[in-house]
Design a protein around this ligand. Sequence first.
Ligand code: CA
Length: 264
Amino acid sequence: MLYYILYESIPAKQDIPIIRICKGAGDRRGAFGGSMKKILVLEDESSIRGFVVINLRRSGYEPIEAETGEQALEQLRLNPDIRVALLDVMLPDIDGFEVCRRIRASGSKMGIIMLTAKSQEIDKVTGLMTGADDYVTKPFSPAELTARVDALVRRLGNDEEDSGNNELVSGPFVLNPRNRTLEKDGQRLKLTQIEYLLMKLFMENPGKAMSREDILAAVWGGDFSGELKTVDVNIRRLRIKIESDPTEPEFITTVWGYGYKWGY
Ligand code: CA
């Protein structure tokens, strides 16, 4: 049986390193056949990066390592086929949020998972607001991280294989599954993968009240172990992009005590 030890020194206030011992993922093989999928691993602590890389490789991925934000951006330039980026937040140069912002500013729709320290609850929200699709809180087991990566890759992949290339039109919105874009009044809106999938779900189900559990399962996948508030955070962010007045939403409306729906 393999055991991994992960530790991350917590910045500021606490100086007790968190140590977690967890069982390894065994010899699980990647669920993607022979096709290697490139995953960027941005993490300045070599011990954590090493464990993450070993575990991803074991699962059939091709990890690309970066120790600093600048290195990560350079690797992304060199490897345009990177599918998912794992971004540590606390870094010696530009932080993970800034890397995330720059990736999104370049128009990339790759999957992004932020690696945040436990003491930084606020980071979760900030991370999602800058365009990340998911976050994993340290300390995490490599198996847990790989499961999140699998889920994200599956979501991205499933959607690509989507046979329906027909545009969805609702009010001022036109969603184009072929090139994964959304226009409002003819203006293209920049969406993350998650936001795109949320819009697709809403526009395919006009007027249908959907619970946060339903939305989580439909967009993040049934095996996603995240929290329901992930749905709220992403919808809040999506409203800022699509609503004229996000405080008085007219498209993604709240069904109190239940969830959300498209329109009234
Ligand atoms: Ca760090």
